[in-house]
Design a protein around this ligand. Structure first.
Ligand SMILES: [Zn+2]
Length: 198
């Protein structure tokens, strides 16, 4: 049955992610704590990066480790309390190293189409809602050496690019929901906070 097969794959994927996360937790030289909504850093625009030092490259490595440890496919510097225009993405979740993306000072320079799919966020755990996004985007950014490059993405990668670039501008995915949906989500978060589950 297709549904059953799908569930199996999802369960296998979860186990694989858990294993990767555990391995990274054991070996990573430094892991950063991911902060949660409503930490004010998440609502701030990140500063542009102007110095491309070896420390920056090391910080980016720590961001990847922190992202895998937290089982995410994207992480923006403000989520670890560093208010700078740096984000890392890997929709393969450490399966294919060539798919690792580092974006410094990124900008969306072209967009096409629409998609409406579920999103979550490491800073808003356990909450998943459908968000309207462009279905294809082209982004211009700098790498850890300060060189400019362009990256294109569609579907999940487009969502990841847009979600992470939003973080660098102090925008969360719940800010892109309808007013009513957003209020319901915030109400759920307040309840979780009250119960000490946030
Ligand atoms: Zn996020």
């Amino acid at each position: 049955m297709p549904t059953h097969a799908k569930l199996d794959t999802a369960a296998e994927k979860r186990l694989a992610r858990q294993a990767t996360s555990d391995a990274v937790r054991k070996t990573a030289p430094k892991l950063h704590t991911v902060i949660k909504y409503p930490d004010p850093v998440l609502a701030k625009k990140g500063e542009l990066v102007t110095e491309f030092t070896p420390e920056l490259a090391q910080f980016v490595d720590e961001m990847f480790d922190s992202m895998y440890a937290a089982q995410g496919i994207g992480l923006a510097a403000p989520q670890i309390s560093v208010s700078k225009q740096i984000t890392v993405i890997d929709i393969s979740f450490n399966e294919r190293p060539e798919e690792k993306i580092v974006l410094i000072n990124p900008e969306v320079i072209a967009r096409k189409g629409k998609q409406f799919e579920e999103e979550g966020c490491l800073s808003i755990p356990e909450i998943f809602e459908k968000v309207q996004r462009d279905s294809w985007v082209k982004v211009r950014a700098q790498n850890v050496r300060g060189e400019f490059f362009e990256v294109e993405g569609e579907e999940l990668l487009a969502r990841a690019l847009l979600h992470e670039i939003d973080h660098l501008h102090g925008i969360l995915f719940i800010d892109r929901l309808s007013r009513l949906k957003r209020e319901l989500v915030i109400h759920r978060i307040r309840k979780l906070q009250k119960n000490g589950e946030w």
